[in-house]
Design a protein around this ligand. Structure first.
Ligand SMILES: [Zn+2]
Length: 466
């Protein structure tokens, strides 16, 4: 069977192949760096990691772009409250985000791009929309006129034909039922940052960010665009309206949306105040791989109901997997190779692949792995699992782990000595001083991957092993 994904645009499960050669051009809406991300956000990023890994397992190469929204209302408000520049304020949470995704073993996209480093591209996109008659100006700000884009609503499958023409909104996030002309360029207000542009000093709206950056790096038509389900409207609807008005071509072929993570039957969100960050859970003593396992184990289009029992069950599942691997590596099995066991390995591997090909059905893939473990443990106990079968079983486990990545314990991953950690921290401090934030981010992420957690304090940098 072929690789298939559910496409929000068509509301169908469709066979996936990239448009150009073997390379999947993919865009992900990244975090708004005004705070630590919570595990509901990390669920979406974990889904993207599983997607990346499975596309690669299926032989594709990736060109994956993720944006960092580093200028926005909440950032401006919070930075001002802390008396910091926007750059200073967002650097902290950008670093923290990169550290969190490294801790959860989420691969970094090929390109992580910051909004504030792409203002000219956004200005250019807005100018093109102006030339094509999709904009108007009010109070110095530029708005997108959605009445001029007849297929507005095609992604969220909403009928917006009754929209009030000219009703507009300055904020980037708004109510689901409320389609309005949205802001492309916000005129500068007192005390706010602004960039020079032909339409006056100001800053970009959130939606134009993603259109401009996605098309700059990935071209006019992307293979896949992912995000959390709450971005479908208005954000992704607006991305389509902007991009397609500019190019006249389909912006994205496959839209993949991850469902919410809920807690006590409510959506986990910062506004509801019912959230945990990754740091909260690590502080309670949960291992990163248990959190990763829990987030990955529920298929991405199903709501994931977060509970501590689930985390404990994830920990137990990982223990079973590790014990099984240890048994394969250390037990003395009778000589020879059993054809029946070899066939069982092949069947398990085929079931695993088929499950992930089916719109990343991670629950079914895990089911195939655990059924296999139960059957082969029984065969081992009965003396029917032979020495020649161990390699095949280990290969299957390796394939599983190339996607789920939970077998290695992060408690033992740091190969760095204390002196090496100190040297890297000194290099990071120097990099920060010389405003080489790229290098300092990189060092922090590298240390996080080695299980070393940094904490910036007034007295300097403190660190510990996770
Ligand atoms: Zn976006």
């Amino acid at each position: 069977m072929s690789l298939r994904f559910y496409n929000t645009l068509t509301q169908n499960v469709e066979e996936f192949t990239p448009l150009h050669d073997n390379v999947v051009r993919m865009y992900t809406c990244g975090p708004t760096v005004y705070n630590y991300v919570h595990i509901g956000n990390l669920r979406t990023f974990t889904f993207q990691d599983i997607l990346r890994r499975w596309l690669r397992a299926r032989g594709y190469q990736l060109d994956h772009v993720m944006n960092i929204t580093d200028v926005e209302d909440k950032i401006i408000r919070n930075a001002k409250a802390e008396n910091k520049s926007i750059q200073e304020y967002t650097a902290t949470y950008t670093e923290a985000f990169l550290e969190d995704i490294a801790t959860l073993r989420l691969e970094q996209p090929e390109r992580i791009v910051k909004a504030t480093e792409h203002i000219p591209e956004m200005v250019d996109a807005i100018r093109q929309l102006e030339q094509r008659g999709f904009t108007y100006v009010s109070d110095g700000s530029v708005y997108y006129r959605i009445a001029n884009f007849p297929s507005y609503g095609k992604l969220s499958h909403s009928d917006f034909s009754g929209i009030r023409a000219g009703a507009r909104v300055d904020v980037d996030e708004y109510d689901k039922a409320d389609a309005r002309d949205f802001v492309l360029w916000k005129a500068q207000k007192d005390g706010e940052p602004g960039w020079d542009a032909p339409m006056g000093k100001g800053r970009p709206g959130w939606h134009i960010e993603c259109s401009a950056m996605a098309m700059k790096y990935l071209g006019e038509t992307l293979d896949i665009h992912t995000g959390g389900v709450d971005l479908t409207f208005p954000h992704h609807e607006n991305e389509i309206a902007q991009s397609e008005a500019i190019t006249g071509k389909p912006f994205v072929r496959f839209w993949l949306h991850a469902e919410h993570l809920s807690i006590d039957a409510q959506k986990m969100s910062k506004s509801a105040g019912n959230f945990y960050t990754l740091r909260d859970l690590l502080g309670m003593g949960y291992a990163p791989e248990s959190i990763r396992y829990l987030l990955a184990s529920v298929p991405y289009r199903k709501k994931l109901s977060f509970a501590f029992d689930g985390l404990k069950a994830a920990t137990t599942s990982i223990e079973r997997l590790r014990n099984y691997k240890l048994r394969l590596e250390t037990d003395k099995f009778p000589a020879g190779t059993s054809a029946a066991v070899a066939a069982r390995i092949q069947a398990a591997s085929a079931a695993f692949d088929a499950a992930l090909d089916d719109d990343l059905n991670t629950a079914e893939a895990l089911g195939a792995v655990f059924e296999f473990i139960r059957d082969t443990n029984t065969a081992m106990d009965a003396g029917q699992f032979l020495a020649g079968n161990a390699v095949g079983a280990l290969e299957f486990l390796a394939r599983f782990d190339s996607v789920f990545d939970v077998l290695k314990s992060s408690a033992h991953t740091s190969g760095l000595s204390d002196a090496e950690v100190d040297a890297l921290i000194a290099e990071r401090t120097a990099a920060k001083k010389s405003k080489n934030f790229g290098r300092s981010d990189e060092i922090r992420a590298h240390l996080a991957a080695q299980g070393v957690i940094l904490e910036d304090t007034k007295e300097g940098v403190r660190w510990k092993r996770s």
